[in-house]
Design a protein around this ligand. Structure first.
Ligand code: ASP
Length: 589
């Protein structure tokens, strides 16, 4: 080793020892005879001081050194004078008096401040990710990531789970996104798909008898990226045999609780995790991933307003829609402009507009107040629990738009009013998800989660009658603070039932045989009852690290447009590569 200690290690106990430190120059303060340097590595920062009267050569070297130079310092540990101590640094009570200094490698002036966070744009940070990663925040996040994954591996292993790797080059498995394809050299015109998840393989591992499986699995999905998505991400993939839904929930709940206690002890959880059905979550919060750190619940006021004079409301109801509202404390004094902005927020959730009533001591005010009788107004205030100073916010539309609009409004008000405790991780289970989902664009029903979920036995009759809308699956999500953290389900292990589900989905018989024939066949050789789940590690870490975007907890993430700006991918292939792969590329303008 070129060093005897790291930059985070020295304490007054080592005073008087000669040490050798290596690291990057974080900051330099030059006072002429004395130069102070903060030397940094991943363990911390140590102050180095050099005096030109006692160590002229070392002083000359450090006078040359600039930010991010790599240095080697030999010196003596000394307790800092009382007034020079830094209580913010674990090493703040000591300094190293340099006797020798060596520049191991100089550095160009970095395009990012390392010692201090700037607000450079994302592109610069990602292009120079190796510099961005030197920063304290990123170092903390990446270290926390390691600790989290290690904790999970140990915890799962201690409970008899086996980590089994599944291939990257495989056949397509549907998880609701496009596949990334890899052309085959040996099989002209044929492609591998990168896994959207190891779903089919983990189920086949159950058929193989590995009754408790997990994997820290990389998944690849080509989808239009939103802020919290990356084209590749990591999940804790879990599958178990001879279990029911409850067993999966009872495994993951203590795992999460103990993980929080071990890795982010300053945070707390709701215990036990609340459970909501999908239906209830949509009714009360307008979302299947509600943030339970605050109230602002949705209240259906359709009955009260159905006889009102307000055509927007009555029309929505007449068209089979809904009218729902939330009560927002303390926002009754919103200006016209602020009220107009609320419609903008509602629109981001798919609704056409939001309407409001302000409760004042003298009565209820607002441009729509005139459409309601005193009895209707009184009933609205009472049903919503309104008090003077409150704002009542309504959305009238079809069911999905009401849910979407009020979900956005609820989140926006919580943000404005600071209602969410940043140290609370409000985990909750959402159960009884629908089996099928209508794609509004294509008018086609597809699996809401994936086609391998077991149908709720109570809904088999509906399935047989082809009434897909009300069919529930034994499928569940773990949600936290408004994010979906995990999805899972009890799986189908019976060939006939699986075939029946495939038959309801938009696949031709030939396609079913080609894509899923191996699953159907495997189910004929003694498939055990099984179930599983897959918590997303990146999102868990983002919550642990108080980051909004998962790219902050991934060492080398891609941009919103799925590019790697550092290594320049995607990028064109060479002529030779294309020839070997039997590919002819035609780029459309
Ligand atoms: N394969 C599913 C997913 O990636 C998880 C599961 O059902 O276990 O969301």
């Amino acid at each position: 080793m070129l060093r005897t200690h790291t930059c985070g290690e020295l304490r007054p106990l080592q005073a008087g020892e000669q040490v050798t430190l290596t690291g990057w120059l974080n900051r330099r303060r030059d006072f002429g005879t004395l130069i102070f340097i903060d030397l940094r590595d991943r363990y911390g920062i140590t102050q180095v001081v050099v005096d030109s009267t006692t160590s002229p050569e070392a002083h000359a070297v450090l006078a040359e050194a600039r930010s991010e130079y790599v240095l080697k310092i030999v010196g003596m540990v000394r307790v800092r004078p009382e007034d020079g101590r830094n209580t913010n640094l674990p090493t703040g009570e000591i300094e190293v008096v340099a006797q020798q200094a060596e520049i191991l490698n100089p550095s160009k002036q970095p395009p990012l401040y390392i010692a201090k966070e700037g607000n450079e744009d994302e592109a610069l940070r990602l292009k120079y990710r190796y510099l961005d990663l030197r920063r304290a925040r990123m170092q903390r996040n990446i270290i926390l990531r390691h600790q989290t994954i290690k904790f999970i591996r140990d915890w799962m292993s201690a409970r008899g789970f086996l980590e089994i790797e599944t291939p990257m080059l495989m056949a397509s498995t549907p998880e609701g996104a496009r596949d990334y394809l890899v052309p085959s050299r040996l099989h002209p015109g044929e492609f591998y798909a990168l896994p959207q998840s190891p779903q089919q393989l983990k189920q086949l591992l159950m058929v193989a008898g590995f009754d408790k499986y997990f994997q820290i699995a990389r998944c690849m999905r080509d989808e239009d990226l939103r802020a919290d998505r990356q084209p590749e991400f990591t999940q804790l993939d879990i599958e178990m045999s001879f279990v029911e839904q409850e067993d999966v929930l009872q495994l993951v709940e203590p795992l999460m609780t103990e993980l929080v206690a071990a890795i982010v002890p300053q945070k707390h959880v709701l215990s036990p995790f609340p459970r909501l059905t999908y239906y209830e979550a949509m009714e009360r919060f307008g979302s299947d991933k509600p943030d339970l750190r605050y109230g602002l619940e949705l209240v259906n006021v359709g009955e009260i307003v159905s006889e009102s004079q307000f055509v927007v409301f009555t029309q929505a109801l007449a068209n089979g829609g809904q009218v729902k509202a939330i009560r927002v404390p303390g926002c009754g004094n919103y200006t016209r402009k602020q009220l107009d902005e609320l419609s903008e927020v509602a629109r981001t959730g798919g609704a056409k507009a939001a309407a409001t009533l302000s409760i004042e001591a003298a009565g209820v005010k607002g441009s729509i107040a005139k459409f309601f009788t005193p009895e209707q107004t009184a009933a609205l205030v009472e049903t919503l629990g309104g008090e003077p100073g409150d704002l009542l916010v309504f959305v009238a539309d079809n069911k999905d738009a009401v849910a979407g609009g009020l979900d956005k409004l609820r989140r926006e008000f919580a943000r404005r009013l600071n209602l969410a405790d940043p140290d609370l991780l409000a985990f909750a289970w959402v159960v009884d998800f629908p089996m099928f989902e209508l794609n509004h664009e294509t008018g086609v029903w597809d699996a809401q989660h994936h086609p391998f979920c077991m149908v709720n036995p109570a809904d088999v009759e509906k399935l047989n009658r082809n009434e897909l809308e009300g069919v529930r699956a034994a499928a569940y999500d773990l949600v936290c603070n408004g994010y979906e953290l995990a999805s899972g389900s009890v799986r189908i292990h019976d060939r006939a039932i699986q075939q029946r589900i495939f038959d309801r989905l938009p696949y031709t018989p030939g396609e079913i045989q080609r894509r899923f024939g191996h699953m159907l066949e495997a189910f004929e050789y003694g498939a055990p009852p099984h179930a599983g789940i897959a918590p997303g590690i990146d999102r868990v870490l983002a919550l642990f690290c108080d980051e909004d975007n998962i790219r902050e907890v991934i060492a080398f993430p891609k941009t919103q447009r799925a590019e790697d700006l550092m290594m320049h991918s995607p990028s064109p292939a060479t002529e030779k590569q294309l020839r070997e792969l039997h590919l002819d590329v035609k780029v459309e303008a």
